[in-house]
Design a protein around this ligand. Structure first.
Ligand code: FAD
Length: 426
């Protein structure tokens, strides 16, 4: 079979890949684009929950972005995703309370689609791109990317070659190993020294009512701890499954669904590892595997009341009888103290105590802490220019390449790569 050919091939149909495709097809005539994904629909945050943050630096990797550059592109992101921005109330009151404790509360423009509605959004985006001539190859895995004297392109499922003038690789966080393999094969130097480690908190709406005023409040605490990805309405903690372990995450349904009166959010601490450390990703894997080992193959959960008393939680305490609510993601009841490195746990606990002063109630004894919630962001290639080019004709963008940490940042990263290509093939 002769190889397929096109102008630009995009690996990954997450927000980074879609952002690139929308920007590239603004030009007439539009270049011939093929997008490839190993899933049937784009996975990741567009599909799960789909909260969108439209304020820098949320969702952006600040070492790759200036405020001005992000603010130039965010309106373009908004133009494609067409968000309904949520209103906030009483922000100045919460801010005053936070500032007294040395905590910052960011004012972020936000929208929330909800897991039940996100497929409609993805369908609309894909249909629009198809109408602009973009071809989608779904349920197909890219196994190689090449860029050399014999040409530029990708290999799908180990057998089929697609030749192109330019390639954008945007495989997200789950494409971490794939991206590293490609970087090694293309001799692209990279660093992998940052990891976010933390817990996911689950409590009742009455214990964390701030979410009625501010959907996903972004608190920055001393010690590099921040709140992240708050979900309410019909909210659930979920497992994020990898080959040898599971992490926890959270999502919520749209406002069309009845509330389950639960709230969940992550408290994450950013760890910047220094020489001679080899890999933040490996550290994350070890931490995750330790927690899953202690949890008998699953993450751990512990009630705040038990944690305070220095004793492990047991399954019997996770009921409606003694405490207020059963967990939305029943994992293994245990002792986080055995699994979370002490330094990380101390900083997170200090942040939680401050949060409980700002929003009294969140440290109710029934509140559940789940672990591990880990974000393996940085797998950062040495970029050759401001458009995330890593070799003559290959660009790497999105969460997998460490240029973003969320939907809008990933989308904007795709636009930046696309603009580099538009300049190059003008
Ligand atoms: C459960 C969950 C909930 C989240 N909720 C939010 C949220 O509400 N708001 C927010 O801003 N962020 C959220 N995020 C984070 C968000 O998903 C990411 O920041 C964003 O999707 C990154 O975009 P991306 O395009 O870089 O990667 P992704 O969205 O991960 O897309 C990468 C795509 O590449 C494909 N791929 C990978 N390797 C290959 C390969 N070898 N061949 C072919 N295809 C491949 C994958 O299947 C995937 O579809 C969430 C993440 C998770 C896991």
């Amino acid at each position: 079979m002769p190889p397929r050919t096109c102008d630009i091939v995009i690996v990954g149909t997450g927000p980074a890949g879609l952002g690139a495709a929308f920007r590239l097809t603004e030009r007439t005539p539009a270049p011939a684009i093929i997008m490839v994904d190993r899933e049937r629909v784009s996975s990741g945050g567009l599909l799960n929950d789909c909260k969108q943050n439209y304020t820098f630096p949320i969702g952006f990797a600040t070492d790759s972005w200036t405020k001005e550059e992000a603010e130039r592109l965010l309106p373009r992101v908004e133009n494609c995703l067409k968000p309904e921005i949520k209103e906030k109330r009483h922000l100045s009151i919460y801010r005053r309370r936070a500032e007294r404790l040395g905590v910052t509360l960011l004012d972020v423009r936000q929208a929330h689609v909800g897991t039940d509605r996100s497929r409609d959004l993805i369908r609309r985006l894909v249909t629009e791109l198809e109408a602009r001539g973009v071809a989608f190859l779904l349920s197909r895995e890219v196994t190689d990317v090449f860029d050399g004297p014999d040409g530029v392109g990708i290999v799908i499922d180990g057998t089929e070659t697609v030749r192109a003038r330019k390639v954008i690789v945007a495989p997200g966080r789950k494409g971490f190993d794939f991206l590293q393999e490609i970087m090694e094969r293309l001799s692209v130097p990279y660093i992998d020294n940052i990891v976010d480690v933390g817990v996911r908190i689950e409590t009742t709406l009455s214990n964390y009512p701030i979410v009625n005023d501010y959907y996903d409040p972004k608190f920055l605490f001393p010690g590099g701890v921040r709140t992240f990805c708050t979900n309410s309405g019909h909210a659930r903690v979920v497992l994020e499954k990898y080959q040898k372990f599971s992490l926890v995450n959270g999502h919520a349904l749209s406002t069309a669904q009845a509330s389950n009166d639960l709230v969940n959010f992550a408290l994450l601490k950013t760890i910047g590892l220094k020489d001679p450390v080899r890999s933040g990703h490996q550290m994350a894997v070890y931490l995750a595997r330790l927690a899953n080992e202690i949890g008998g193959g699953r993450p751990l959960m512990q009630r705040v009341g038990d944690f305070r008393m220095g004793k492990r939680s047991t399954l019997e305490t996770f009921n409606d009888d003694l405490y207020a609510f059963p967990p939305s993601c029943p994992v293994t009841a245990g002792d986080l103290g055995l699994a979370v490195p002490a330094k990380i746990m101390r900083t997170i606990w200090a942040a939680l105590k401050k949060l409980d002063t700002i929003v009294p109630g969140v440290l109710h004894p029934s509140t559940i802490m789940y672990y591990p919630e880990i974000k393996m962001y940085a797998n950062k290639p040495a970029f050759l220019d401001g458009h995330f080019r890593v070799s003559g004709n290959v660009y790497m963008a999105g969460d997998g390449a460490g240029t973003s940490r969320g939907i809008t940042g990933a989308w904007a990263s795709g636009i930046r790569a696309a603009e580099g290509i538009m300049e190059a093939i003008r």
